[in-house]
Design a protein around this ligand. Structure first.
Ligand SMILES: [Fe+2]
Length: 297
């Protein structure tokens, strides 16, 4: 066909009915497009959830560290005990810390297995990871393999806050009996102040230079790994020191000849024990992970 000016005349649009195959192809395309859109929406949601989780994670540790910087200001001698208000604030902030905040995956057992594969000497008994450190305090995470024990140790002149993040631990702790009583020039009398099971639901607790169980032992439950977070002020200088100033062995009071006044009741005697300082336990297997600062994963 030729138009008025000799140009080809436009072809009128025609609606061509779709055949069965064409309809199926169109339906497939539609379904694929919808699936792609759903997948993209899902990925976006996951990304947003992850970003939110990271922000929250940073916030939990950051909030704790910010509060600690006020309670234990830089340059201070850390020679006074924190006030009751400060203790309650730090405990509350510690109770908001979750395993993910210290880089622990929800599957703690897998995490420990991976540590083994990193070439540690045998099964790691204790793993530490510094989360924040300054001249007045340290925030550190500790991880115990199932059934492993953090030996009896002390924190001389220190205040320590603790909170179980994963699993459970049986905590036994002592304070020195004052005035001090020595037996055979080796054994010092101490009084048991804690002897109980702690879980993430137990909340945070604190010990002080002379009270609250400054000498303590933590035994992880046998049914799974145990992780906990510590705030130590003033900080220790090395990873080994971070566990404790000295190590001890304990012996029930009843097992040796009593060198204490007769007026002590049977109930009181049950809480007493003799403690002797020992060297670093030979089976202490300590792994220190890299310090990457607050909020790092
Ligand atoms: Fe400790």
């Amino acid at each position: 066909m030729v138009g008025k000016n000799g140009a080809p005349a436009p072809v009128p649009m025609q609606l061509i009915p779709l055949g069965r195959r064409a309809r199926e192809a169109a339906d497939r395309e539609k379904a694929e497009a919808a699936a792609k859109e759903r997948a993209e929406r899902g990925t976006k949601r996951k990304r947003e959830a992850l970003a939110q989780k990271k922000t929250q994670t940073r916030s939990n540790l950051r909030r704790l560290v910010d509060a600690l910087r006020v309670v234990f200001p830089e340059g201070s001698k850390c020679d006074t005990l924190p006030s009751a208000h400060s203790v309650s604030l730090i405990c509350r902030l510690l109770e908001e810390i979750r395993p993910e905040d210290v880089g622990l995956r929800p599957d703690g057992a897998r995490y420990f297995q991976e540590l083994d594969e990193r070439g540690a000497r045998g099964t790691p008994a204790i793993t530490t990871k510094n989360l924040y450190e300054c001249d007045t305090f340290t925030v550190a995470a500790f991880l115990l393999s199932p059934g492993k024990v953090m030996p009896l140790h002390d924190h001389p002149r220190m205040t320590v806050f603790s909170k179980i993040l994963m699993g459970s631990a049986h905590v036994t702790s002592y304070d020195w009996v004052q005035p001090s009583l020595c037996l055979d020039r080796r054994w010092l009398l101490a009084q048991k102040v804690l002897d109980k099971e702690f879980t993430p639901e137990s909340g945070a607790w604190a010990l002080y230079p002379d009270t609250g169980g400054n000498v303590h032992r933590l035994a992880a439950g046998a049914d799974g790994p145990c992780a906990f977070i510590d705030v130590l002020s003033p900080p220790y200088g090395s990873p080994l020191q971070q566990i404790g100033g000295s190590f001890y062995e304990d012996m029930p009071f009843k097992k040796i000849h009593p060198a204490v006044p007769n007026q002590i009741s049977e109930e009181q005697k049950g809480k007493l024990a003799w403690l002797q300082q020992i060297g670093v336990p030979k089976d202490l297997n300590l792994i220190t992970l890299q310090n990457r600062g607050p909020g790092s994963q």
